[in-house]
Design a protein. Structure first.
Length: 137
């Protein structure tokens, strides 16, 4: 059996994050600024920056946050303007989202586990999340 690698799309990331935060994709992309929705949108933008365009196979190991940069060196990250277009936002909003997720990652271990779980879901396939999203929003 041959397993082919596939590119991870921003749409796949949006769907996975929306599912994890119990939102619709249209809510994720909306202008809604409620904390829960904004947090989900920031996470989706961050994961789009880190994972979109990356080759993934069902058996590929999920990237670890600190190792992400080293495992993604062979490909360029998705540009801020391209992510902004996918989320109907300005590129500066994407920069802010990525910085806020990285800052929260370092401070909040529950949030870090959530991001790692979402990375795994996007790269490998959905698994039950052990972290409740109410704890991190």
């Amino acid at each position: 059996m041959i397993i082919r690698a596939r590119n991870i799309s921003i749409a796949e990331i949006q769907d996975a994050v929306a599912r994890a935060f119990r939102l619709s994709r249209s809510e994720l992309l909306s202008r809604n600024r409620r904390r829960h929705v904004a947090c989900a949108r920031h996470v989706a933008m961050y994961l789009s920056r880190e994972l979109a365009g990356r080759k993934s196979t069902p058996n590929s190991p999920p990237p670890a946050h600190e190792a992400s940069a080293s495992c993604l060196v062979t490909r360029s990250r998705t540009s801020y303007p391209r992510i902004g277009i996918a989320f109907y936002r300005n590129h500066s909003s994407v920069i802010h989202a990525c910085q806020s997720v990285e800052r929260r990652w370092r401070l909040d271990h529950v949030f870090a586990r959530l991001i790692e779980g979402l990375e795994r879901d996007v790269c490998v396939g959905p698994t039950p999340l052990s972290t409740t999203l109410q704890e991190v929003s």
